[in-house]
Design a binder for this molecule. Structure first.
Ligand code: SF4
Length: 138
């Protein structure tokens, strides 16, 4: 079983209340090969919610509010679900502070990127689960 970011499967769970559906991901879920999860919603955050980025190991909103605890809680719950379904691979939304893989926004809210993983992506990688983004799908 694969885990996919729920927003890529068409769930309107993004910070702005929108989805980001990718046909290949939707197909994987509809055929029962992938389970959609949103770690931020699992962490207790509302939708819509304030846009947040990682900065110095924390997750903060543009007004400086530290929301790290929600992101950690959601990543932990999502990881427990991934473990339950024996997940071996995940397809996650690029650049998100939870789901981003290899590159994330730098905390300036200016669209700049730095090397790094979102909190959920990092947890999956630490468990040996292969992670890629929707941008790497062929
Ligand atoms: Fe999508 Fe992940 Fe953000 Fe949820 S946390 S909206 S699944 S990118």
């Amino acid at each position: 079983m694969m885990i996919v970011s729920a927003c890529l499967a068409g769930v309107r769970c993004r910070y702005n209340g929108q989805a980001y559906p990718v046909p290949k991901v939707v197909e994987l879920v509809e055929s029962g090969q992938a389970l959609p999860l949103c770690p931020e919603v699992l962490g207790g955050l509302p939708t819509p919610r304030a846009c947040a980025e990682m900065l110095h190991g924390k997750v903060v909103t543009q007004d400086g509010t530290d929301v790290t605890s929600f992101y950690l809680a959601g990543a932990q719950t999502a990881l427990e679900i991934a473990t339950l379904v024996a997940c071996k691979k995940a397809i996650l939304k690029a650049r998100s502070p939870s789901c981003g893989c290899d590159k994330i926004y730098d905390g300036s809210f200016a669209g700049r990127l730095v090397e790094g993983d979102g909190i959920f992506a990092a947890r999956l990688k630490a468990q040996g689960i292969a992670v890629c983004t929707e941008e790497e799908l062929v």
